[in-house]
Design a protein around this ligand. Sequence first.
Ligand code: FAD
Ligand code: DLZ
Ligand code: SF4
Length: 520
Amino acid sequence: MTVKTLIPILGDQLNRTLASLRGQTKDDSVILMMEVWDEATYVKHHKQKIALIFSAMRHFAAEMEDAGWSVDYVKLDDDDNAGSFTGEVARAIERHSPETVRVVEAGEWRVQQAIEEWPDKFDCAVEILPDDRFVCSHAEFREWAEDRKHLTMEHFYREMRRKTGILMTEDGKPEGGDWNYDHDNRKPPKDDMAPPPVAKFEPDAITREVIELVEDRFADHFGSLENFRWPVTRDAAEKAADAFFAERIEKFGPFQDAMVHGQDDMYHSMLSTSINLGLLDPIDLCELAQKAYEEGRAPINSVEGFIRQLIGWREYIRGFYWLNMPGLASDNKLNAQRGLPEFFWTGETDMRCLADCIRSTRDNAHAHHIQRLMVLGNFCLLAGIDPREVQDWYLVVYADAYEWVELPNVSAMILYADGGQLATKPYAASGNYINKMSNYCKECRYSVSKKTGEDACPFNPLYWHFMDRHRDRLESNHRVGRIYSNWDRMGEDKQSEYLDSAQRFLESLTPARKGWARGE
Ligand code: FAD
Ligand code: DLZ
Ligand code: SF4
């Protein structure tokens, strides 16, 4: 066949309606999909993450072949695999001699830099198309952000509601009268809480083959493959979404911030892996959420909360990433220099909240939002962990992690490393917050009510250590500043107790060996 167009589809672009496929004809186009060593190892991703992406890619290739497309699929162990996207596209150009390479822009800055070199590298036309699976384009976000001192997500979110018409009345008002219903959410967990189990999928033959490959080739990567139950096809992802909208959305809002030891999914949708791979469309999901509200199956506070995560936070985070790259990756406005503790990889810590979040991360390649933010993230912020080490950890360990979504959440949301462009104040909290929102503290070896000393919850002295060392920067922040009057009222002796306790705890931490995230 004479090939007019070569269409490379990257591992997180698994969607039949992708811009590069639109308007193309099956009899003169070849889809190129590539399992490449560079992508699998630029950080040492969790084993489940690699298995998920390879399995979803292989299933998508089969689906496209069934639909009549020619798919040139390069497996990781194929002879002469060049190991990189650019190397594999070059080889495919030799094989097919296309007139044009047509590709959708990459989600990650690193990969997009490589793609932008293709027009100079290759002897054929190269078309790079915008990724229109998002509501807000890069240009639109830039325009929205221009001249704003603070990039307040809530303001952006309202624009997205207006643009999509989701949860809007016919006369342009927010459904129910309010834009945001979080005042009805943020409930602590109940003792007898038993959320319905999340839809899980037994690995089929393709997934089992990939799991074997990962066990063999990525044996030294973090994480366990035992619990692999992710949806790897659009069909399975839709079933998972249907189950969420039938059984869990009702309580999603109120218990979004609640944590229960051993309850890894709570009322969360667990759909981020499928959305980020391209198996599910966020707007379809918002419409399903809206339908649940219209049919009286879920209250507005749950539905609005879910929709805000998707067309608010997810879109905003992506816009923020592209607006601030590449600088965002090296931002360190709080000058945090401490190495990531080894227990982030082993889970071996007496801090029960952290141990549970790390266990879930290792076993499931997942932790839910408030665990990522207020337990793991809060710890890294208070302990002053170097942003680059924290970024690597989050990018490695979560099955839904791609730099465009991981980096702003880590650097700007949890670490305040951007100096407060995204968050108006650092998300710093003592043990009280975790105690209020979880059952972790009841059986912890530390006491959450003790403020200083060997048995005190480490979050308590760390909180004041953090506030004290960043006083110059934070005192003028109107959302934080008044906290310093409490600190000053404590007097020097009490302050020293806090600072000494925190210091002793920080000195007791063993830094992780470097090989966990990158290289040896
Ligand atoms: P739900 O709680 O059911 O939320 C619904 C959807 O909203 C999610 O599937 C996701 O697509 C979207 N969403 C919610 N919050 C965010 C957010 N802050 N940013 C972007 N999208 C959001 N999400 C990722 O997809 N990849 C990441 O690498 C990632 N890293 C994170 C790192 C940190 C430090 C923090 C605080 C959050 C991170 N998140 C990331 C956001 C969020 O924690 C996950 O999207 C969520 O836990 C996924 O589980 P879920 O599908 O059950 O989400
Ligand atoms: C994350 C990942 C991994 C582990 N492996 C591959 C791969 O072998 N081939 C592929 O096409 N994509 C992979 N991905 C996802 C890419 O890293 C992702 O498409 C880019 O980060 C987007 O910029
Ligand atoms: Fe975590 Fe402190 Fe509670 Fe222990 S006491 S679970 S360390 S918040």
